[in-house]
Design a protein around this ligand. Structure first.
Ligand SMILES: NC(=O)c1ccc[n+]([C@@H]2O[C@H](COP(=O)([O-])OP(=O)(O)OC[C@H]3O[C@@H](n4cnc5c(N)ncnc54)[C@H](O)[C@@H]3O)[C@@H](O)[C@H]2O)c1
Length: 256
């Protein structure tokens, strides 16, 4: 795949005039999403707990950064409100923030379980609710994209808490699509496979990368741009008849 495919040219204006909030946009997949939405014409605000990285990404795209810890639902709601106010409204919400911790089911620490559900699932629900109130009041619909994971469908040994949190994100995506579809709000999830970001980097070996790459018929792992391209599609009118879906971005590692 060439860089041209991953980095759209400035002639892409599919999202011109759209106002987007990207939660978890400070680095990794989220930062790729921020850049792609901006490149396609959207104005973007970034929410994250990483102040320096988040500020840098937001500044790069002419947007604004809002510090937030998703462990605090009240602060999370206020941060979404601040972003929507700064943007003068809302069209697109992307939830890319997430944490991954490994642990076998028999040894799972209940505090790890709780924190993973709180960030990945409750955090996602909190931003969705805050955004939905604006989108419903606005009366012209909008789009939400939640970054779940292949783990939601496939499991993953030692990933019980993470897989359960991402399966819950897919379930919430479907319920939200049903509840908010009448307001023209489309809600979809993406299920990436392996993307070489900071997530999981501490335990990742070269042998892991080779083994995982071989799981894809395409013979490679994902890039943030692979996920971001689909987010831009779903956020745009090109995705106007898609809602309640959990779409794999796995290079064919899983096909259901
Ligand atoms: N990297 C992969 O292989 C992979 C695969 C499938 C799904 N995903 C999902 O994609 C999303 C992005 O992951 P990534 O690979 O870019 O990881 P990453 O760790 O690089 O980025 C995650 C972002 O979420 C933010 N975040 C985490 N906890 C937060 C909190 N409590 N409050 C505010 N912000 C918080 C981090 O600061 C970071 O900017 C995650 O939801 C992850 O579960 C990643």
């Amino acid at each position: 795949m060439t860089d041209d495919v991953l980095t759209p040219t400035s002639t892409c204006t599919r999202l011109a005039g759209r106002r987007a909030v990207v939660v978890g946009g400070a680095r990794g997949i989220g930062a790729g999403i921020v850049r792609r939405l901006h490149a396609e014409g959207a104005r973007v605000h970034v929410l994250d707990r990483l102040v320096a990285e988040g500020t840098a990404v937001a500044t790069e795209v002419g947007g604004a950064f809002h510090e937030v810890d998703l462990l605090d639902p009240g602060a999370t709601t206020r941060a979404v409100e601040a972003a929507v106010t700064g943007l003068g409204g809302l069209d697109v919400l992307v939830n890319s923030a997430g944490i991954l911790r490994f642990g076998a089911l028999l040894e799972l620490d209940p505090r790890d379980w709780a924190e993973i559900q709180q960030v990945n699932t409750v955090g996602t629900l909190t931003t969705m609710r805050a955004a939905a109130r604006h989108l419903i009041a606005g009366g012209v619909g909008g789009a939400m994209v939640n970054i779940a994971s292949m783990a939601a469908k496939h499991g993953g040994a030692n990933e019980g808490a993470y897989a359960a949190s991402k399966a819950a994100v897919v379930a919430l995506t479907r319920v939200a699509a049903l509840e908010w579809g009448a307001h023209g709000i489309r809600v979809n999830a993406l299920c990436p496979g392996y993307v070489l970001t900071e997530m999981g980097a501490a335990t990742r070996t070269e042998a892991d990368v080779a083994r995982w790459s071989a799981l894809s018929p395409l013979g490679r792992l994902g890039e943030p741009g692979d996920v971001a391209a689909l987010v831009a599609f779903l956020a745009s009118d090109d995705g106007s008849y898609l809602t309640g879906q959990a779409i794999n971005v796995t290079g064919g590692m899983i096909m259901h």
